[in-house]
Design a protein around this ligand. Structure first.
Ligand SMILES: NC(=O)C1=CN([C@@H]2O[C@H](COP(=O)(O)OP(=O)(O)OC[C@H]3O[C@@H](n4cnc5c(N)ncnc54)[C@H](O)[C@@H]3O)[C@@H](O)[C@H]2O)C=CC1
Ligand SMILES: CC(C)CC(=O)C(=O)O
Ligand SMILES: [Mg+2]
Length: 347
């Protein structure tokens, strides 16, 4: 008998609880088929943490995450917490830091049968298949922030070691793919980027089988939607990775189909859609659950080495979308739960 695994579920805010409920429904069905023994521990986080405990990362939530085998997060943040003494987003940054989740992996693929869902030309998107490796626990999001009446300051800080480990991670991923790393920076202006580029060149010598190219972030943003097939693994700092990966969602057609995994050096990994809590559509059962479902697939594959369960979910998502059952963000009229009802029939 295999040991029971503990998955912490952080539903958070906005569409978070709706898409988490559907993800757990799917996980239950898949787990029965693949004989995956697990328990779900649900904890308050983000705005929900502020409501219940006065803090976006309550102590018991952090403890449960630290003691888990994997963490599934939906999304946090809502306008009502924007002027709270501690914002919901601070809980997310604090959790990433506390768990040492330095490597955020955001895969982007466009299935040929689903290329029509992209606003971009078919010949541009078909065959796009790359990964954004975003540094997640350093940079400007974690530097000092000062806000005064007539001035403001945010510090962008990176140590050589922080850069080295994320670049190495990108090379390791590239080694198992098309063996190309594009390191994205703004070294024509920023000191942090000059260090970033130097370390990337150093790390490249450890991986003679992988090609390294450098790209400035502004032109990278353009290339990502004019020539996305040129990319295999993009590695970049926290802020740039945040922005570029949301931009990349234009390729498959919606933020609602974009999953991610965040890894530390030793502890549990966290899986979450790249999108936020979408307050504009919360509570209506119309959010696209695919990003959340694909995050569950990544969890099964990467934390539990369960390729069968992961592929089952991924293929079912593709099949249902290919049948034209789509949520509104992709031009359809299926509700969140109708999409998942259809998906469960394909499992
Ligand atoms: N990891 C997280 O929990 C993140 C939280 N946030 C927070 O989310 C809140 C809202 O931020 P926004 O800038 O509006 O970004 P957002 O990603 O929540 O929404 C941007 C747009 O995409 C749509 N969208 C997002 N996910 C969707 C889905 N699954 N299905 C269909 N449409 C979807 C939304 O309706 C909205 O029009 C803020 O408080 C922000 O700080 C933002 C990004 C990540
Ligand atoms: C609080 C933000 C850094 C969340 C976000 O936009 C993200 O991680 O993609
Ligand atoms: Mg983001």
């Amino acid at each position: 008998m295999t040991e029971k695994k503990t998955i912490v579920a952080l539903s958070g805010d906005g569409i978070g609880p709706e898409i988490m409920a559907q993800a757990l429904r799917v996980l239950k069905v898949v787990a029965e088929k693949i004989e995956f023994d697990y328990e779900v521990v649900e904890k308050a986080f983000g705005g929900a943490g502020i409501d219940q405990f006065g803090h976006p990362l309550p102590e018991e939530t952090l403890l449960a995450c630290q003691n888990s085998d994997a963490i599934l997060l939906a999304a946090i943040g809502a306008p009502k917490y924007d002027n709270a003494p501690v914002r919901a987003e601070q809980g997310l940054l604090a959790l990433r830091k506390a768990l040492g989740l330095y490597a955020n992996i955001r895969p982007i693929t466009v299935h040929p049968a689903l290329a029509h869902l992209s606003p971009l030309k078919r010949e541009v998107v078909v065959g796009s298949d790359f990964v954004v490796v975003r540094e997640l626990t350093g940079g400007i999001y974690f530097g000092e922030h000062t806000l005064e009446e007539t001035s403001a300051r945010d510090v962008n800080d990176y140590s050589a070691e922080e850069i080295r480990r994320i670049i190495r991670k990108a090379f390791e991923i590239a080694r198992k793919r098309k063996k190309k790393v594009t390191s994205v920076d703004k070294q024509n202006v920023l000191a942090t980027s000059k260090l970033w580029r130097k370390i990337a060149d150093e790390v490249a010598t450890e991986y003679p089988d992988v090609t390294l190219e450098h790209q400035l972030v502004d032109s990278c943003a353009m290339l990502m939607i004019t020539n996305p097939k040129k990319f295999d693994v993009i590695v970049t700092e926290n802020l740039f990775g945040d922005i570029l990966s949301d931009e990349a969602s234009v390729l498959p057609g919606s933020l609602g189909v974009m999953p991610s995994a965040s890894h530390s050096e030793t502890g549990p990994s966290l899986y979450e859609p790249i999108h936020g809590s979408a307050p504009d559509i919360a509570g209506q059962n119309i959010a696209n659950p695919v990003s959340m479902l694909l995050s569950v697939a990544m969890l099964l594959r990467e934390s539990f080495d369960n390729e069968v369960g992961a592929s089952m979910i991924e293929q079912a998502c593709d099949t249902v979308m290919n049948e034209g059952i789509l949520t509104r963000d992709l031009g359809g009229d299926a509700s969140t739960s109708e999409f998942v009802d259809a998906l469960i029939k394909h499992l």
